[in-house]
Design a protein around this ligand. Structure first.
Ligand code: B12
Length: 255
């Protein structure tokens, strides 16, 4: 049968069946530009879908405060292994990167900053904590399959050493299937502009904590019309970033 008939028999939309074929879950053969699915394959798939799926091993976090407190303690003591284990466990439990960043890492960083501000933590201790978080974010990076939404550049501007928000932005955009070029911190605008042309970027994400707004306007003026500038600032959410970015994805723009 053709894929449309197979989809009807499976009780799903054509697009869903097509996705299963692309993912290799449903076996189909391409016969002169249409997909053909064997009857037996439709039967097999139907059976498979009738078997109740194992309960998802997702973690539902009910109490983020406890995790935050634990993490802060690990960070302040420089206990990298424990910090890593805590975050790995959440990631394995399919807690989203956005939640890990916004409900755990962000608040923990702010607590660390507060401790340093209050004189309860040395500069060395604060830097050690921050570096651990940087490496933890690095471990979270996933490479989801599927067609990329487009190409993104993520960076902070000259004078901006607060690189963590940009690292988080890079992480969640990768999760959302963007091809991400994360340039790190302290980038002169001219280098960002060069890179935009080099990789033909659709979006440029600049995360600001401390740097000035004039640089942003300069950068905006130098970007080609095809590259959209998205500016992050403390308190802005990563969900907002992902939704904004999608407006400029290749498929959204060609609609
Ligand atoms: C860690 C830290 C540092 C580290 C940074 C290391 C690193 N690799 O990032 C170091 C030690 C380098 C540092 C240096 C300094 N810091 Co500092 N630092 C912090 C600290 C403790 C945490 C910052 C952080 O990562 N927060 C967590 C982030 C992830 O949360 P967020 O900002 O809300 O970010 C969200 C959004 O940005 C969003 N996002 C990201 N990208 C995008 C894009 C889009 C489009 C959207 C929609 C959203 C989005 O994602 C994040 C998700 O939650 C804060 C304390 C605090 N209260 O935050 C001080 C803090 C930011 N620092 C501060 C200061 C003053 C400094 C120094 C000047 C200190 C000094 N006297 O030397 C220097 C400046 C260095 C420089 N030139 O940039 C001040 C800033 C005050 C201000 N606004 O002017 C703070 C608030 C501390 C304070 N209370 O005084 N710092």
């Amino acid at each position: 049968v053709n894929l449309q008939d197979a989809a009807n028999r499976l009780g799903v939309h054509y697009q869903t069946a097509y996705r299963w074929v692309r993912e290799g879950a449903l076996v189909a053969a391409k016969v002169s530009s249409v997909y053909e699915v064997e009857d037996s394959e439709v039967e097999r798939f139907l059976q498979l879908r009738l078997v109740p799926a194992a309960p998802p091993d997702r973690i539902q976090v009910r109490n983020w405060e406890t995790h935050q407190q634990n993490l802060v303690e690990f960070l302040v003591r420089g206990n990298e292994l424990e910090a890593r284990l805590l975050v790995d466990r959440l990631a394995e439990g399919k807690v989203s990167s956005i939640d890990i960043c916004e409900r755990l890492l962000g608040p923990a960083l702010r607590s660390v900053g507060q401790l340093w501000h209050d004189g309860a933590l040395s500069i060395g201790g604060e830097h050690r904590a921050t570096s651990i978080v940087e490496r933890v974010i690095g471990r979270l990076t996933t490479h989801p399959r599927g067609r990329p939404r487009g190409t993104a550049i993520v960076a902070t501007l000259t004078g901006e050493a607060h690189g963590m928000p940009a690292a988080m932005a890079a992480l969640v955009l990768r999760d959302d299937r963007w091809r991400v070029h994360h340039l790190g911190s302290d980038l002169p605008i001219i280098e960002i502009v060069k890179m935009v042309h080099e990789v033909d970027a659709n979006i440029v994400v600049v995360s600001i904590t401390y740097a000035s707004d004039d640089q942003v306007e300069q950068l905006r003026g130098l970007l080609p019309p095809s590259a959209h500038l998205l500016i992050g600032a403390p308190g802005k959410s990563l969900t907002e970033l992902v939704l904004l970015a999608r407006k400029y994805s290749l498929s959204a723009l060609s609609e």
